[in-house]
Design a protein around this ligand. Structure first.
Ligand SMILES: [Zn+2]
Length: 412
């Protein structure tokens, strides 16, 4: 979504193999199982997912090639104002920063977890266009700052969101060109509907491919007029969350998905604030898994983390929360702690797409940089995820390295 200055134990914890080891007492058997467990771990598909990465506006202003800072927001006329707000809140930022600065401690965590693919929702246009769309908030990052996305070796950006067309069709076309030139795969927007619908095809050596489908819903603030058509550029907009829409998605997944492929369906939906998961989102997610062959539902748009579910072995992230933004000086919704964000590291069985484990590393956005979250903040996130996961049969446990691990009931 977007944000501007305004006037004002029953759980079963997997990793797989743990159950196989339980009950064996003979040392030899345990050794054999441990070997099996290790070889299984190396055969897993490991991903990194997160929610909105908004490197425009204030963040663009601290990067090496700050773009035109002019804004058309009601209460803010320059993107540098968001830098000043952040500095007032959390201290000075030495500008310009290096491209890698914004990822902060996330880079070490990515190096440690070694995900085979890194997938983000890029919540900004990447353009010099001045063709401002008539809306409350418009994000853009100067194209010369695109190395900031490469600095975290991002493989794929989903684009079906409510900011990719913030600077008109010229801005969208430039965004697509810049990402392509930077060797970053995209999904969810294109020069016509066929392109906007096309999934990103991401091969993982020895583990088939990951197909990333990107959809956006009007509930996230995407204007209906942004929908791509056969002869018009735009985003891959969902008409609704009906069973007919699920059938359409099933058809396009069937056309592409081969045995051994894993399908990630990334969806920008819902509002900025609030933990509620509407029934129609839940039913849509379940139908995507039951009927359309989706293996992970990667939901985003909310500015904070929401509950998650494992449905018939498949991971559903209803709202990943933001991951990088320039909101830290904006007040009004502090209770949601939008500054606390999560890196999601799901491991999947590539032959079934089933979730084997989900590790999450809590971070805090401070001075437009990701920092490992402090102990109390990790506990706060743990409590929120447990509270919001209850209705889905999920819970999280704190690991010794101050990260969180998902547990879930296998009742679904
Ligand atoms: Zn959004």
């Amino acid at each position: 979504m977007s944000y501007a200055l305004a006037a004002g134990i029953a759980m079963v914890c997997r990793p797989i193999g743990a159950q196989a080891i339980m009950g064996h007492t003979a040392a030899r058997a345990s050794e054999a199982d441990a070997t099996k467990l290790r070889s299984h771990a190396t055969s897993l598909l490991r991903l990194f997912l997160c929610g909105d990465v908004m490197t425009g506006r204030g963040i663009d202003q601290i990067l090496p090639h700050a773009g035109n800072p002019v804004l058309y927001e009601r209460y803010m006329r320059s993107a540098t104002g968001y830098v000043e707000l952040a500095e007032e809140a959390n201290g000075p930022i030495r500008k310009p920063v290096e491209y890698s600065y914004i990822w902060g401690d996330a880079l070490a965590e990515l190096a440690r977890r070694k995900p085979q693919l890194r997938i983000i929702n890029l919540e900004t246009a990447v353009t010099r266009s001045d063709d401002v769309a008539d809306k409350a908030v418009n994000y853009r990052m100067q194209p010369d700052n695109i190395p900031c996305i490469n600095a975290a070796n991002i493989d794929c950006c989903t684009l079906a969101n409510n900011h990719v067309l913030d600077w008109g069709y010229e801005g969208l076309a430039e965004t697509l060109r810049v990402l392509k030139a930077a060797d970053i795969e995209i999904a969810g927007a294109g020069m016509n509907l066929q392109q906007a619908r096309a999934p990103a095809l991401l091969p993982v050596p020895g583990k088939g491919r990951v197909l990333v489908f990107s959809f956006g819903s009007e509930t996230s603030g995407i204007p209906r007029s942004w929908a791509a058509t056969a002869d018009k550029a735009g985003v891959n907009l969902l008409p609704d969350l009906s069973s007919e829409t699920v059938r359409g998605i099933r058809d396009s997944i069937e056309q592409t998905k081969l045995t051994g492929d894993v399908a990630v369906l990334s969806i920008h939906w819902g509002g900025n604030w609030g933990y509620e998961v509407p029934r129609e989102q839940l039913e849509f997610a379940h139908r995507l898994i039951d009927e359309a062959g989706v293996d992970i539902v990667h939901g985003h748009s909310s500015h904070h983390v929401k509950g998650m579910e494992v449905y018939k072995g498949k991971l559903v992230l209803y709202g990943c929360g933001d991951f990088l933004n320039d909101y830290e000086g904006i007040t009004g919704y502090e209770a949601y702690r939008g500054d606390l964000v999560l890196m999601y590291f799901p491991s999947l069985d590539p032959s079934t797409g089933n979730l084997i484990s989900l590790h999450m590393t809590p971070m805090q956005i401070k001075r437009f940089r990701l920092n490992r979250a402090l102990d109390n903040d990790v506990l706060w996130l743990k409590n929120v995820l447990n509270r919001e996961g209850k209705k889905f049969g999920t819970s999280v446990v704190l690991s010794a390295d101050n990260t969180l691990m998902l547990g879930w009931t296998s009742s679904n």
